[in-house]
Design a binder for this molecule. Structure first.
Ligand code: AMP
Ligand code: ZN
Length: 139
């Protein structure tokens, strides 16, 4: 994909702090880490976003994410990690080449976890029905 920064990194045309590579996947440190060891796991094939990524590719990717995340946890002496995908601009996606973030977490780090909203059981039921309707005709 012409001009895509992660395609260029995957092809070795741009430098990165590479921590892992195989035939399908490359993983490198995020240049603006949220915590030390923040890593991006990127398929070598270009897909704009998670929602458009082949199922087969996702299988390969999620297995690599697990292996790399567990290694990072040990290497960084972390207490846990977050795994995230930002899908589309509203969710914070800046680079339109699908990638998983692995963010090591340390007891007492200053990162805030998401806070849940209070909603009524009726609202939850209604939301549940709206989503179920779409799933039932998509699959
Ligand atoms: P997202 O907002 O989910 O699209 O995440 C894009 C991430 O890519 C951000 O956290 C950036 O800091 C990171 N990033 C952008 N360019 C590079 C680069 N050349 N090398 C490493 N990380 C990068
Ligand atoms: Zn790309």
């Amino acid at each position: 994909m012409e001009g895509c920064i992660f395609c260029r990194i995957a092809k070795g045309e741009m430098p990165c702090n590479k921590i892992y590579e195989d035939d399908d996947v490359i993983a490198f440190l995020d240049i603006n880490p949220i915590n030390e060891g923040h890593t991006l796991v990127v398929p070598k094939k270009h897909f704009d976003k998670f929602s458009e990524t082949d199922d087969q590719e996702l299988e390969i990717l999620i297995k690599a994410v697990k292996k790399i995340a567990n290694a990072i946890k040990v290497a960084m002496n972390a207490d846990g990690y977050n795994i995230g995908v930002n899908n589309e601009r509203v969710a914070g996606q800046l680079v339109y080449h699908v990638h998983f973030h692995i963010i090591p977490r340390f007891d007492g780090d200053a990162l805030e976890n998401w806070k849940g909203k209070n909603v009524s059981s009726n609202e939850l039921k209604q939301t549940c029905e709206e989503i179920k309707k779409v799933i039932s005709f998509s699959y």
